[in-house]
Design a protein around this ligand. Structure first.
Ligand code: SF4
Ligand code: SF4
Length: 108
């Protein structure tokens, strides 16, 4: 579900449907997907900001691209599909779980 929905919208995808990331880069969304899913499943809130926070704390915190100060160069350059598509990812999870998040606090 995530692959079909997120990859379809991803700017890195080619017209032929392939992922066009350089060989030395991995897609953090799928590399860290078990943690992404775990973070979302472990969060029980109707506020999407809590899910975004959970992903930052539980996924970005173990990602090798995050610096010790919490900053991330890929995030800053919109080069992380997980971060760039975070809202859509949560929406897919919302659809899969039947949950409903408040949109009024949505800033990502
Ligand atoms: S970067 Fe990730 S989300 Fe984007 S097309 Fe490649 S595999 Fe899909
Ligand atoms: S935003 Fe940065 S730290 Fe977080 S998963 Fe993406 S690359 Fe890793």
């Amino acid at each position: 579900m995530v692959r079909s929905r997120i990859c379809r919208e991803c700017e890195v995808r080619t017209a032929e449907g392939a992922c066009d990331l350089p060989e030395n880069e991995t897609c953090k969304l799928f590399e860290l997907f078990p943690l992404v899913a775990q973070a979302i499943l472990a969060t029980d809130s109707d506020d999407i900001q809590d899910y975004i926070r959970a992903i930052r704390e539980n996924v970005c915190s173990v990602c090798l691209d995050q610096r010790l100060d919490g900053e991330c160069a890929l995030r800053g350059r919109m080069r992380c599909a997980l971060d760039s598509h975070l809202v859509a990812i949560v929406e897919v999870i919302e659809e899969a779980t039947g949950k409903s998040f408040r949109r009024d606090s949505l800033t990502a």
